[in-house]
Design a protein around this ligand. Structure first.
Ligand SMILES: Nc1ncnc2c1ncn2[C@@H]1O[C@H](COP(=O)(O)OP(=O)(O)OP(=O)(O)O)[C@@H](O)[C@H]1O
Ligand SMILES: [Mg+2]
Length: 187
């Protein structure tokens, strides 16, 4: 079983969006998945309550170890709760303030496997594109700014449950993130 945390010191960077869509990528690749909502805002639980997700979301850590391939943790924005997991996916925006906040927090997670995920990249904006490409060249994963992420969660679904224009590109971004997470991990 793999434990994957979507964690960031910053708020509003896409932890919940990416955690649920990552879980969907794993689910539709044939894995058993459980999402734990560790944020008192309970946003992932709110989506789950629409009863359209194909996997479960539970509040807090399960008391008994679940029989799943992936536990996906959706964290609150905080530098206090550093998760004990196999991999941290660290979503951030391609902005200088996000980069500074992430760099400041990085010493707290230095000993862990971290995949930086530059989220909601608007490639039409020059500065954002340049920073995203620099971070990409340093090993970060990129997820573009797409309305399908917003729309699907508003429906209580993930991008994997959509067939409209743009859904396939979004699915592929998440599948590539799943491949990276699986890639270097000890089974
Ligand atoms: N790739 C994306 N493209 C477009 N919009 C996005 C993308 N990722 C996230 N969003 C939007 O950005 C907003 C913040 O996302 P989300 O709630 O997932 O962030 P968060 O880090 O979980 O926030 P919090 O710190 O409050 O828990 C939401 O409105 C979401 O729909
Ligand atoms: Mg959240």
């Amino acid at each position: 079983m793999r434990r994957i945390a979507f964690w960031s010191p910053k708020g509003g960077v896409g932890k919940t969006t990416l955690a649920l869509n990552f879980a969907a990528a794993a689910y539709y690749s044939g894995h058993k998945v459980l999402v734990c909502d560790l944020d008192p805002q309970l946003s992932a639980i709110d989506v789950f309550n629409e009863k359209r997700l194909p996997f479960s979301v539970v509040p807090d850590m399960p008391q008994v170890e679940p029989n799943v391939d992936f536990i996906v943790y959706d964290h609150a924005p905080s530098i206090e709760s550093i998760p004990s997991v196999d991999t941290i996916v660290l979503p951030m925006r391609a902005s200088i303030l996000d980069l500074k906040a992430v760099n400041r927090a990085f010493r707290l997670i230095r000993d862990k496997r971290v995949i930086k995920c530059i989220n909601a990249v608007d490639t039409r904006r020059h500065d954002e594109r340049v920073m995203a490409m620099k971070l990409y060249s340093e090993g970060a994963h990129l997820v573009k700014d797409r309305s399908i992420y917003v729309r699907s969660l508003a429906l209580g679904e993930t991008v994997f449950q959509q067939s409209v224009y743009g859904a396939r590109d979004a699915q592929n971004e998440l599948k590539r993130l799943l491949e990276r997470v699986i890639d270097k991990q000890v089974k």
